[in-house]
Design a protein around this ligand. Structure first.
Ligand code: 8YV
Length: 306
């Protein structure tokens, strides 16, 4: 009897425990019929694809446990409508993702990666000093999505004397940062726009062409959320046309594929979705994922429900 189904790849600290302690099966569409009726819990990475078809195929499914803060690979509305409960791993990755956002901001403005390439290519000796860059301290920063991660980013950048404003659907009660109800106006008023909002259907294309145009030729976009939040085609086009000042991207619309046009640009820093990828953070995410699974199987409730 397969009670626990693993959908998509998971780090060994989770996958090995699932296999050893729960006799979990790794989802394989070709073998689905052999376990479909007995599965009660799915454990999955945030973007693995627990879609409507898979939900339809698992009549006994009661819980979906996500490894990660994001759960945009899951058809959440359909799952909820069927009484299926869901969990994620909030809190434990805020600091690492915020560190990554600040790193990208500094790297794009100060061209750290680009000037590292300059040194390695031997150009310092042949071409002379690297071109002057932009000051990070005091830059005006807009945060799209002032949740836990967005707040951790704001806290860090406040220490760099950056004035912070943010855009959410509604103002955050008690927040001292300036709320801007129009994302286009926020983009027009800042030097750096940092995207930290939840992915999924509700935020798809939120950072539209209009927003990127408002950010303008001196504006920088940093995205540690999901590629789907940004109009990536417009981003590529505007960078190419000199109508956007730069970008620091940890996430992409079609991972692991990165638009080829970005690869040669020194005004862009590209990371392979590593926002939460530290040893300690991933261990904490693994622990919380397994705690949710254990809790659901023992008590029917989740530790960190969505
Ligand atoms: C992980 C993430 O890469 O937490 C998230 O939402 O994007 C990252 O921490 C991902 O969840 C791993 O599957």
């Amino acid at each position: 009897m397969t009670t626990v189904l693993q959908v998509g790849g998971l780090m060994p600290a989770v996958a090995d425990v699932l296999a050893r302690d729960y006799d979990a099966v790794v989802h394989d569409p070709a073998r689905l019929a052999s376990y479909a009726d007995s599965v009660r819990v799915v454990v999955t990475g945030g973007h693995a694809g627990v879609d409507t078809a898979l939900l339809d195929a698992l009549p006994g499914l009661r819980a979906i446990v996500h490894f990660g803060a994001g759960y945009d690979g899951t058809d959440v509305d359909t799952a909820r409508a069927r009484g299926i409960v869901l969990s994620n791993t909030p809190g434990v990755l805020d600091d690492s993702v915020a560190d990554t956002a600040v790193g990208l901001t500094i790297d794009v403005l100060r061209r750290l990666s680009a000037s590292d390439r300059y040194v390695r290519a031997g150009r310092w000796a042949t071409d002379g000093p690297y071109p002057l860059q932009r000051t990070v301290s005091g830059s005006r920063v807009g945060i799209v999505g002032l949740g836990h991660i967005g707040t951790a980013i704001a806290t860090r950048l406040t220490a760099f004397d950056c004035p912070i404003a943010y855009h959410n659907r509604r103002p955050v009660p008690g927040s001292t940062y300036r709320y801007e109800p129009s994302l286009v106006r926020l983009a027009a008023a800042v030097d750096v726009l940092v995207v930290a909002v939840t992915g999924g259907p509700g935020t798809r294309g939120l950072v539209s062409r209009d927003v990127l145009e408002a950010l303008g030729p001196d504006g920088v976009l940093v995205n540690v959320a999901r590629g789907s939040v940004v109009d990536e085609a417009a981003l590529v086009e505007l960078l190419g046309a000199g109508k956007l000042g730069g970008a620091g991207l940890d996430v992409f619309a079609d991972e692991p594929h990165v638009p080829a046009e970005l690869l040669d640009r020194d005004d862009v820093v590209l990371l392979p979705h590593v926002g939460s990828a530290t040893v300690a953070t991933r261990a904490a995410m693994a622990d919380l994922t397994l705690a949710n699974l254990r809790s659901f199987l023992e008590t029917g409730t989740l530790v960190t429900p969505i």
